[in-house]
Write a protein that binds this ligand. Structure first.
Ligand code: CP3
Length: 333
């Protein structure tokens, strides 16, 4: 069994597996090299040969316990026919949402639009020893995808006051996304994903109707993934009540963000925990790195724990710091 599965399924605490969110990304010179010649990010996600190479880059360098596919949560809106662009120094930019266009898409067409992602997993299976490492597929949670689909750009400055004004649009989207996110999960599992992670990067923006936007849609996806026999990790970034989330949604593991003090969770959460460390700590010196990483390792030494960050690794991170991080985690006893 893989180290992560030992943790998730057998509740083992004598090892701390490690992988990092956004481990295949801009902090890697070999990624930037490929990216330089491939200015269209969506096309790169749909190029299974190059996305395979990118997925494996951090595995080759650091020997992480899991490979997460090089893709993006916004490939779901793309698969549904809403165009997505990634602009330099700006981030994602989606075209205007036309709900009628979305309603025309069927599962077959959606699967065809995203087929290189499934091909990527089939290819990865040939290069990754699945007895030793996991192959993580992922999706965005309905709420976070709705935020991007309606807002069209990152909601860094919060949501506009009229965001919720079109209730029927939101209700339609919740229904469509439940269906197609499940399709995307199923296709990834059939192609070889051994774990699914659900990214709800903007769940911290939900201020009311938690059942409608957070608990119910996530529970539906968690139950579905479990029914396929695959563990599912949830990352509800920025929520204030992780305990309640875990009690209601019951994922196989929860990834915590860095705003939550992990000490307040240790006695409250019974499921395996992943992550937590502020990615900015990786921009400081090795001495501070050791102190901060050890805090998490010590705190969770009797709890099934997978080392990861509280959000994606920052592009400014140095390779040597990641090497040092891996050393600290691997040598911790
Ligand atoms: O973790 C991995 O290494 C796998 C690949 C992965 C990417 N995006 C590649 C990527 C994963 C798991 C994601 C998830 C994702 N994408 C999320 C959820 C996690 C999170 O960060 O909150 C979100 C919100 C997105 C949407 C997205 N994609 C944004 C907001 C941006 C721009 C900001 C940024 O960090 O650049 C992207 C672009 C993106 N996705 C890049 C990568 C490697 C950078 C693209 C580039 O080279 O310019």
């Amino acid at each position: 069994m893989t180290p992560i599965k030992e943790c998730l399924i057998n509740n083992k605490t004598d090892l701390t597996p490690i992988w990092l969110m956004r481990q295949a990304g801009r902090y890697l010179p070999e990624f930037r090299e490929i990216r330089k010649n491939n200015p269209n990010f969506v096309d790169l996600c749909l190029n299974s040969k190059l996305s395979k190479e990118i997925t494996l880059q951090p595995i080759k360098r650091f020997g992480f316990d899991a490979a997460i596919i090089f893709s993006d949560i916004l490939m779901i809106p793309y698969g549904l026919g809403q165009k997505v662009e990634f602009k330099k120094n700006f981030g994602p930019n989606l075209e205007n949402l036309e709900i009628d266009k979305l309603l025309e898409i069927d599962e077959e067409k959606f699967t065809k639009n995203l087929s290189p992602i499934y091909q990527l997993l089939v290819e990865l299976k040939k290069s990754v020893d699945l007895k030793k490492k996991d192959l993580i597929g992922f999706v965005g949670a309905p709420w976070t995808l709705i935020v991007y689909m309606i807002n069209k750009v990152s909601p860094k400055n919060g949501l506009t006051t009229n965001f919720f004004s079109d209730t029927s649009l939101i209700n339609n989207l919740l229904e469509i996304l439940d269906k197609f996110i499940k399709t995307h999960i199923k296709n990834q599992v059939n192609a070889g994903a051994t774990i699914i992670q659900i990214f709800d990067s903007w769940s911290g923006l939900i201020k009311s109707d938690f059942d409608k936007y957070l608990y119910n849609p996530t529970l539906s996806l968690v139950n579905y993934t479990k029914s396929l026999g695959v563990p599912v990790i949830c990352f509800p970034r920025g929520i204030s009540d992780y305990k309640k989330f875990c009690q209601i949604v019951k994922p196989s593991m929860v990834n915590i963000d860095y705003n939550i003090n992990p000490k307040t969770l240790i006695d409250k959460i019974e499921i395996p925990i992943q992550g937590g460390l502020d990615p900015k700590v990786l921009l400081t010196d090795n001495e501070n790195l050791k102190i901060e990483v050890t805090k998490y390792l010590e705190l969770f030494k009797d709890h099934p724990y997978v080392f990861n960050l509280g959000h994606g690794i920052l592009p400014e991170t140095k390779i040597e710091t990641v090497e040092e991080l891996v050393k600290i985690v691997r040598n911790f006893k």
